[in-house]
Design a protein around this ligand. Structure first.
Ligand SMILES: Cc1ncc(COP(=O)(O)O)c(C=O)c1O
Length: 417
């Protein structure tokens, strides 16, 4: 197959939902992908945080092959040996008690919202005042299904599909006073990404998360954290909230969980799990033996990588910060571990940077128009960081050379973290 043929067929046969880069990938190994012309690419995006162990990781491939030959699917009408084992491992590393498995991030988030409402109903039945409102954040992203869209604080995703699920209010990002103003006894859950991903790699401040936890505790509302992008090792700890010293009541994870197979999960406490009983929620495919067996292998491998993620992430961040001293187009570096973002001063510069890196055989992506997003596999080494920093440095220099000279007196924003 060649690229032009695939593009023509997709234009004819697919719903026009994606604006893809014009690259046709044929194979991947480790940190690299190869396209149909034999060009090699260093993958610093991991399929938006999914291929966290790189491509064709030997432990993942071998588990996949073994399990595919034994049992792929049984439905949730029957038992298989891996769901409880995977749940046990996830609860151990999260400090939560129970898991529900599904197929994607958005499905995990839908389950979390349903669980929050179901739990609130049990409280309402106990004579408490009715709790039903959800508070989410401006600029958030929780997925594409209706509940997820209803809690996603970005008009561009919501607008074509209104009316959405009712009962959701939006709080200004990291604005403690706004949170306090909007919070009352009718709120059943505060819904947050610990680090906004699609929204431009924006970590919550410790103060904001702390206040959210305290407000929820005060009225019996729940704190739901979406760690679909920032969880499972991405920040150098198992979960990003572990940098903040708080615990959520419900947690959602997905992307890297089954190392490329579709698998999502919500985790919660025994108390909140009491809101569900058999028949209230479910899925046909979610938590099948193939995906769960692979996810167990992913978690086994992750145990040995956390320190490395932290170390190489700090090194990467230092490289980006250093570059900031040389380029006035860089406004801010944000993120933790191997979830990093570089805010540039214009969409054109960001777009050009992504294209120039692509031409040099490096994959990154741009979100919110002006933010370069880096989500490399956890197995990168410092030499790969050096390569990307060098390529980016020269891409930004090339963009700067094409611009009219900057006016004197322009200042740049300071870094958040
Ligand atoms: C924080 C967050 N939540 C939810 C989702 C939705 O996940 P999925 O695309 O698997 O439905 C994403 C996807 O990018 C995400 O980053």
């Amino acid at each position: 197959m060649n690229l032009a043929t695939v593009i023509r067929s997709e234009e004819k046969w697919l719903l026009p939902t994606y604006d893809r880069q014009k690259v046709l990938f044929e194979k991947g190994r480790g940190l690299y992908l190869w396209d149909s012309r034999g060009n090699r690419y260093l993958d610093f995006l991991s399929g938006i945080g999914v291929n966290a162990l790189g491509h064709s990781h030997p432990a993942i491939s071998s588990t996949l092959k073994k399990q595919a030959g034994r049992l792929i699917h049984v439905s949730n009408l029957f038992f298989h040996e891996y769901q409880a084992e995977l749940a046990k491992r996830l609860t151990k590393i999260s400090g939560l008690d129970r898991a529900f498995f599904c197929n994607s991030g958005t499905e995990a988030w839908e389950g979390a919202l349903k669980l929050a409402r179901a739990y609130a109903r049990t409280q309402n039945n106990n004579g408490h005042k009715a709790k039903w409102r959800l508070l989410a954040l401006e600029n958030s992203f929780h997925g594409r299904t209706f509940g997820s869209l209803a809690t996603t604080g970005q008009e561009k995703y919501r607008h074509p599909f209104t009316p959405l699920v009712p009962g959701v209010g939006f709080v200004a990002f990291n604005d403690v006073e706004d949170l306090k103003r909007q919070f009352d006894g009718s709120v059943c859950a505060i819904c947050l990404e610990t680090i906004q991903g699609e929204g431009g790699i924006r970590p919550l401040t410790p103060e904001f998360l702390q206040v959210a936890r305290e407000l929820a505790d005060r009225t019996g509302a729940l704190l739901i954290l979406d760690e679909i992008q920032c969880g499972l090792g991405r920040t150098g700890r198992y979960f990003a909230y572990q940098h903040y010293g708080i615990q959520p009541d419900i947690l959602t994870v997905a992307k890297p969980l089954a190392a490329g197979l579709p698998l999502g999960a919500l985790l919660t406490t025994n108390r909140v799990a009491g809101g569900m009983h058999p028949g209230m929620h479910g899925t046909t495919f979610g938590g099948g033996p193939l995906a769960c067996a692979v996810a167990i292998e992913f978690l086994r491998t992750l145990d040995g990588l956390l320190d490395h993620i932290q170390e190489v992430g700090d090194y990467f961040r230092a490289g980006l910060e250093d570059m900031r001293t040389r380029h006035t187009s860089i406004q801010e570096i944000r993120g933790m571990g191997l979830m990093l973002g570089m805010e540039l001063d214009s969409a054109d510069t960001a777009k050009a940077a992504v294209q120039q890196l692509l031409q040099k055989g490096i994959l990154i992506n741009r979100t919110q128009e002006t933010v370069l997003r880096f989500l490399p596999p956890y197995i990168i080494q410092k030499k790969h960081v050096d390569e990307v920093v060098r390529a980016l440095d020269s891409a930004l220099s090339a963009s700067a050379a094409k611009r009219p000279p900057m006016r004197a007196g322009k200042t740049t924003k300071r870094s958040l973290r």
